[in-house]
Design a protein around this ligand. Sequence first.
Ligand code: BES
Ligand code: ZN
Length: 458
Amino acid sequence: MSLDPVLDRIDADLDAALDRLLALLRIPSISTDPAYKDACQTAAEWLADDLKSLGIDAAVRPTTGHPMVVGHIDGPGPHVLFYGHYDVQPVDPLDLWDRDPFDPAIEDTPDGKVIRARGSSDDKGQLMTFVEACRAWKAVHGSLPCKITFFFEGEEESGSPSLIPFLEENAEELKADLVLICDTGLFESRVPAIVTRLRGLLGEEITLTGPNKDLHSGMFGGAAMNPIRVLSSILANLHGPDGTIQVPHFYDGVPELEPPIKAQWDALGFDHARFLGDVGLSDPAGESQHTALEMIWSRPTAEINGIIGGYTGDGFKTVLPSQASAKISFRLVGQQDPHEIRKHFRAWVEAQLPPDVSVRFDEHGASPAGQMETDHPAFEAARAVLSAEWGEEAAFTGCGGSIPIAGYFKTILGMESMLVGWGKDDDQIHSPNEKYDLESFHKGTRSWARILDAIATR
Ligand code: BES
Ligand code: ZN
């Protein structure tokens, strides 16, 4: 089965493919907010129907949370499982959007055409590049070059609570030779990238309680301990002056970067100044002895994602609050054990509490870092065809974000994952005005057609 007519078909069908993506983007499938439960169901049904229209045996599969979509189609080549997520992040702050996040549009910008909507890049646009590549194969040849299982999740942005039980209960059905994941981006928005290491993620929320009710800060201030004062001191102690994280044993299991990998990364010529310059910054804020690229790809971090406490409304109120809380996440690398770190973090917090302040901990996910086996033949096959499509030598890269499912595919189902994606650094994923370049969508679809061909004929 030849590839060229499939690529031509993708070019000719681009407008119709965009219409389909826009329809999916109109469904507000925000997984973390219960108000959008029906929308998540609708998005899952839309996808299952679209797969069925390609002759794929697909169904919406209920879970105790949002449903999965699973589809199967037979083919001659190896058996691949494709993973993407149809859920999206919340849209707030809504007033910073230039249009309704769920009223998608194709916009002309100085850098080319973009698809503007929540989920356009993370991950509906990316997911649809794979589906559109399959549609073109089917249209031209009547069949697909590989045996394919489609697996779409609706809870990725909210910690995937149903995922592990679903993988365990459906292990036989979901087993394949290789997993393909489309949820990452191009290197420096230009170079096709195969992500070979992903950071892990540990989330903790701490709530400190001081007095048993909010107090007048003149009447009680000075005598009563203020939990915001304790919280800010703890948060300030999280990092040392050189950017290192101060929780005892935090660095257990953090490996030195292997010299050949470091040489490979140095050869990528990452533009550190532009990376920070693009977001209005100039000075890397992490561990001072590492480069910004290492800080993102190979070093662990601790970030405070939110602080709540006291009076934050308009005007002013002299209150001494009863409670203060913070949401903290750690990105993990190497062999760092999220459960051990949670234990050490909690002990470290408790040791800093004065007599009248108590703490409650709430956990928000714990997944270790992951490393891909690049000696699987699909990696070199993909590297060659990606270089051809994008006109740049494809690179093996790291990724600052976390995609815990890649680890679960390995530990639960024994499958290797290959992560490729077409997002750009300025896509504003998780932020207002998210977009996906038309180029990402179009070349991404062509890239999947080429990868399927390369995997099938290797
Ligand atoms: N698509 C992202 C992962 C990503 C981020 C890839 C940046 C490439 C660059 C994914 O949807 C995501 O945001 N994951 C979360 C983790 C999840 C468990 C909430 C993350 O990395 O914060
Ligand atoms: Zn994503």
